[in-house]
Write a protein that binds this ligand. Structure first.
Ligand code: ZN
Ligand code: ZN
Length: 254
């Protein structure tokens, strides 16, 4: 699959406030997260991804005083890749002195809310990296922002993936997580009642984990209540909605 680019025109980027420093090559790429809360609803609404990227650009330009968004590229849950500064331009997000060594790629996850990168986002990050290799002379390294800089970024889930060698989801090259069931890509919630194989998979998993409920493929009040109990037990957001965080918490326990 070729990269699904969101051009600066597509996302309504502001023009840069100055001229970029150029780069002919880098040692590789550093992966970032937003650091704040990301509304889990973005996974069902790409328009919200666009809004969030614009907000990030505004805070980088108006808050940090940078000439543009600090990232080279941004990957959202829908396997779309936003052009930030793009290839051959010095990013700003890696920290002073660290920008000429690596391009900066942001995954739209945060320190709360949406914290687990959906498969589409991991693919998008890798699509961005391949694009930067092909068009910007990026080298083979894939690192996290925290490598060489004092920050939590890119957060535990994304950093763990980077440390495993940033495998393509579903490629069978992920020995740390052989039985992981990928998140189905839609939020499971009630009301109204939602039906599907993903609901059945979720219910079956809750039963395996010791919860009592009917495995009937219908997400109604019973499944919502048991999901809330599961979320409470996990210490994660108790909203009765199954998104990447709850799904990841359940299937990480295999
Ligand atoms: Zn960062
Ligand atoms: Zn999106």
């Amino acid at each position: 699959m070729s990269i699904d680019l969101v051009t600066r025109r597509d996302w309504g980027a502001r023009s840069p406030k100055g001229s970029y420093s150029t780069l002919s090559s880098t040692r590789g790429v550093k992966v970032h997260y937003t650091g704040g809360r990301v509304d889990p609803a973005i996974v069902n609404d790409h328009a919200k991804c666009v809004t969030l990227v614009r907000q990030i650009q505004n805070s980088h330009m108006d808050g940090n005083g940078w000439i543009d968004i600090g990232y080279s590229m941004v990957a959202c849950p829908h396997r779309k890749v936003f052009v930030g500064r793009g290839p051959n331009r010095l990013p700003a997000a890696n920290g002073p002195g660290l920008n000429s060594g690596h391009y900066a790629v942001l995954g739209l996850v945060g320190s709360s809310g949406l914290t687990q990168p959906p498969d589409g986002m991991l693919h998008g990050i890798l699509d961005a990296i391949e694009y930067l290799r092909a068009n910007g002379g990026a080298g083979r390294e894939i690192k996290g922002h925290r490598d060489g800089f004092a920050t939590e970024c890119p957060g535990e889930p994304l950093y763990a993936w980077v440390r495993r060698g940033a495998p393509r989801p579903g490629s069978g090259q992920d020995p740390a997580d052989p039985d992981a069931v990928p998140w189905p890509g839609r939020l499971l919630s009630y009301p109204p009642i939602m039906r599907g194989d993903d609901v059945r998979t979720w219910q079956k998993r809750l039963v395996e984990l010791g919860y009592e409920l009917d495995v009937d493929g219908a997400y109604g009040p019973q499944t919502r209540n048991v999901t809330r109990a599961f979320q409470r037990d996990q210490g994660i957001t108790v909203d009765g909605i199954v998104g990447p965080e709850s799904w990841g918490a359940a299937f990480a326990k295999r």
